[in-house]
Design a protein around this ligand. Structure first.
Ligand code: SD4
Length: 337
């Protein structure tokens, strides 16, 4: 008679072997499709991206459609329609997009167009250029059939007018327990809820990566100021062999360090997504510790296996993940402080 314990051990072994062989024969040892994006509001954006990914759609279409959600959301005062204006009361939008073939498109300081990400895609697909700025970007958008709209909502206008009373430019970031009041951002002094770009990275069923990044930038910035978000390599970078990265926070520090490109290159050297994000954050801190103490910068990254991670200077950075396992996962990113 077969000893019961031996039998159990043997079946457990078989089971383990079986799982292993099943896993290695499955095409999705790689966690795909998958989409990740910055901040809690990424959940809603990911949900729209997922609708495309789950139907075997292209990652590029998924990221474009995904970031449409915060771009159109009037209550979101840091992306697209309803974004907080610059110090002259103008809503100027920055966005970029990058596909699996290294194609890129960006718009900088674009006014009056609700979905700058789609204009960025048109720049990528319909022009020999990679970036269009200001009036030229608007002219191009109108030629492409985009509608001219007023993007300054009454609540953003009110916040700007309140800010004008002191007109102090003090970018305060999403620091946990200090300023973050999602329920009523307009209640913050001078409306300092002036952050929260959406950066999104997706991998489709074919294993191709694309990314999008879109923002109204730092609230009450100088007219014409450009942050990291529309700058390929700074606010976003995709390398279809390695992975992708995106950033949020004070763009000047990200641009100085070519942050997203750095994160991808670190992953190329074997860093995990989280470690790569951490090292990029540490560069910022090491170079300018006095500045870094008082600002927020966060990086989010994904590699070709569908592994992801993030790291920020300050607490309070979160990101959203949507894959076959879970569709509305929000993860608190680790941070230096
Ligand atoms: C910028 N990086 O314009 C953007 C703003 C941002 O979270 O991400 N805030 O510098």
């Amino acid at each position: 008679m077969i000893n019961r314990r031996k039998f159990i051990t043997a079946s457990a072994l078989l089971l383990a072997l079986d799982k292993k062989s099943i896993a290695s024969s499955l095409p999705n040892e790689v966690n795909k499709p998958i989409v990740i994006s910055t901040w809690d509001f990424g959940v809603a954006a990911n949900a729209d991206a997922w609708k495309i990914l789950i139907k075997n759609g292209r990652a590029l279409d998924a990221v474009e459609q995904g970031v449409w959600v915060p771009e159109a959301d009037e209550s979101n005062q840091s992306v697209g329609y309803g974004g907080l204006p610059d110090r002259d009361g103008k809503v100027t939008l920055d966005a970029c997009i990058m596909d699996e073939n290294g194609n890129i498109g960006a718009v900088l300081a674009l006014e009056h167009i609700k979905h700058p990400i789609s204009v960025a895609r048109k720049v990528m697909e319909k022009t020999p250029h990679v970036m269009l700025a200001g009036d030229g970007a608007l002219q191009f958008a109108l030629e492409q059939g985009f509608k001219k709209e007023n993007l300054l909502t009454p609540s953003s206008e009110k916040a700007w007018k309140a800010w004008l009373k002191t007109a102090k430019y003090e970018p305060m970031m999403n620091v946990e327990n200090k300023l973050y009041d999602k329920a009523a951002p307009q209640k913050l002094p001078g409306n300092q809820y002036n952050h929260d770009t959406i950066g999104m990275i997706a991998m489709d069923v074919k294993g191709n990566l694309s990314g999008a990044c879109t923002t109204s930038g730092m609230a009450y910035k100088l007219h014409g100021r450009i942050g990291d978000s529309p700058i390929i390599g700074a606010g976003l970078y995709i390398d279809n062999e390695i992975g992708g990265a995106t950033s949020t926070g004070v763009g000047e520090e990200v641009v100085r360090n070519v942050g997203s490109f750095l994160v991808v290159e670190l992953m190329r050297q074997g860093y995990s997504p989280e470690d790569a994000c951490k090292e990029a954050v540490m560069r910022i801190i090491r170079k300018k510790p006095e500045i870094a103490k008082n600002i927020q910068v966060g990086f989010l990254a994904m590699n070709k296996n569908g592994e992801y991670g993030a790291y920020a200077i300050q607490r309070g950075f979160s990101y959203a993940v949507c894959d076959r396992m879970k569709q509305d996962l929000v993860i608190k990113g680790k941070s230096y402080y």
